[in-house]
Ligand binder design. Structure first.
Ligand code: TMP
Length: 238
């Protein structure tokens, strides 16, 4: 068993996670909270054991991705709520990949939720709470120095690769990967996948019934929120 570095000071608290420094400047400890927010924290609540489920599910997805050649910040899970990660300099661009129309795409473009897209659509959002994470063009990210053209190309390629790997894995478990959000960061000159991959950051629908098994149950007050997170973990652990 490898030794876990000591948790030093908390240097960042987000809506779902806290980040702690360690004596190693290249490593951080992420602590997964049960706090749930939606609509840029205008709606707040808690989802019991969400932190435990998201930590474990992220571990499983990051391990799967690493095995398939996608480099991530994941080092190892420490305990129920903590994960050891490489310290990234986060690119302030959130990348969303969509396979079916849902959420803000349905709303923005007046399309029916559930419409199959002929090929995956990659979108970028500027990570900025004060502006409500607006949809942007890649050109904006380049113009304002949030990412270089080369970094965006890498991000695009990795995001589509993640979509293929997770889509196939989930399909075998009776789950439709509707869409998801990724964050990337720089680590010693390389772009790595960061953040978490879980029902907070993805839309998962049961293939047979199209039942939503993700955070939309909280966002839209659909009930059975905890049950949906647990059901997703069961499917992914199979
Ligand atoms: P959207 O349809 O609301 O734009 O969401 C697209 C995907 O991104 C969906 O799987 C949920 C995820 N997402 C986040 O992870 N964080 C966010 O703040 C938002 C708005 C969406």
């Amino acid at each position: 068993m490898e030794t876990t570095p000591e948790k030093l000071e908390m240097f960042y608290e987000g809506k779902a996670k806290k980040l702690y420094s360690t004596p190693d400047p290249d490593l951080v400890i992420a602590y997964f909270k049960d706090d749930a927010t939606a609509f840029n924290a205008k709606k707040r609540g808690t989802i019991e054991d969400k932190g435990v489920i998201n930590n474990r599910m992220s571990e499983l997805f990051f391990t799967l991705l690493e095995r398939s050649g996608v480099k991530t910040h994941f080092v190892r899970r420490i305990n129920d709520r903590e994960m050891l990660c490489k310290r990234l300099q986060i690119v302030p661009v959130e990348t969303v990949v969509r396979n079916l129309v849902a959420g803000s795409m349905a709303k923005r473009l007046g399309r029916e939720e559930g419409e199959q897209l002929p090929r995956p659509v990659v979108e970028y959002y500027y990570k900025n709470d004060a502006l409500d994470d607006p949809l942007i063009l890649g050109e904006h990210a380049i113009a304002f120095g949030w990412a270089t053209a080369e970094e965006l190309k890498t991000i695009d390629r990795l995001a589509l690769r993640v979509n293929e790997i997770l889509g196939l894995f989930l399909d075998e478990r009776g789950i439709l990967l509707v869409d998801f959000k990724l964050e990337f960061g720089r680590y010693h000159g390389e772009i790595l996948l960061g953040d978490e991959i879980c029902p907070d950051t993805c839309r998962f629908w049961d293939k047979a019934t199209r039942k939503k098994l993700d955070k939309d149950r909280f966002r839209r007050d659909l009930g059975d929120v905890e049950e949906a997170y647990q059901e997703m973990l069961r499917r992914v652990e199979k």
